[in-house]
Design a protein around this ligand. Structure first.
Ligand code: PEP
Length: 248
């Protein structure tokens, strides 16, 4: 029997947004039936309080690998839970690049998220030069294996994965549906080598210049279970259209 995976569409607001956008987003999303998709919004932390609990899933964009202590400017997993989050993005390529987050640090953050009851949305994906050298599949395998080594493959049943080719993030250059499917299928097969059940159930989102015009075709690929949306998640109407494109 084929496993049915309920799609998830997540909006990563990055360093954008204000309470006006929070209210517009709430109004737009509540005006339509999106019950066929799980919708997750990851705004800056200071805007989390603007969302009512239970109306949407809320996520952080990052967390500390530590639970407390002398780590100025950091946020702990349990603090995200208290602020109403169920999810947290971990290993986004912007954090890997801007904050020097290595595969090892990313693995520790995934562990910290799980330890605190959050669902990590673990981002993997290759930069342009790795794609050009046709080395993207081993590169992604290495990113995944760093986390498998830390938490074990069975723990991936409590994770969401996002394939985000770095060359497609915020560039307007989307991976073609076939390119996305190739990597998503590879990720699922890679996990299946050690845990078939986990591989079948895990959600693998695509991220990288998803827009209302290309979302449906990307989401219709057999191993694409929704999207992680950056720029287009800042427009309530575009974000709603992308959520609607996840209807199977
Ligand atoms: C992202 O930052 O996760 C992302 C996918 O951005 P964009 O949709 O703007 O490419």
């Amino acid at each position: 029997m084929q496993t049915v995976r309920k799609p998830l569409v997540a909006g990563n607001w990055k360093l954008n947004g204000d309470l006006t956008l929070v209210n517009q987003m709430r109004e737009t999303l509540s005006s339509a039936d999106v019950s066929f998709v799980d919708v997750l919004v990851c705004p800056p932390l200071t805007l989390l309080h603007g969302f009512e609990s239970n109306e949407l899933r809320l996520g952080g964009q990052n967390l500390s690998e530590f639970d407390s202590g002398a780590h100025t400017g950091e946020i702990a997993g349990k603090m995200l839970i208290e602020a109403g989050c169920s999810h947290v993005i971990v290993g986004h390529s912007e954090r890997r690049a801007d904050n020097y987050e290595s595969n090892i640090i990313v693995a520790s953050k995934v562990e910290a998220a799980l330890r605190n009851g959050l669902t990590p949305v673990l981002c993997v994906g290759e930069p342009e030069e790795i794609r050009e050298k046709n080395e993207f599949l081993p590169y992604i395998a290495e990113q995944l294996d760093a986390v498998v080594d830390k938490i074990g493959v069975q723990a991936f049943s409590d994770l969401v994965l996002a394939y985000e080719p770095v060359w497609a993030i915020g560039t307007g250059k989307t991976a073609s549906p076939a390119q996305a499917q190739e990597v998503h299928k590879f990720i699922r097969a890679h996990l299946a080598k050690s845990a078939q059940d986990v591989a079948e159930k895990i959600l693998i989102l695509y991220g990288g210049s998803v827009k209302p015009g290309n979302a449906a075709e990307l989401f219709s690929q057999p191993d694409v279970d929704g999207g992680l949306i950056g720029g287009a998640s800042l427009s309530p109407q575009d974000f709603l259209s992308i959520c609607q494109a996840a209807k199977q």
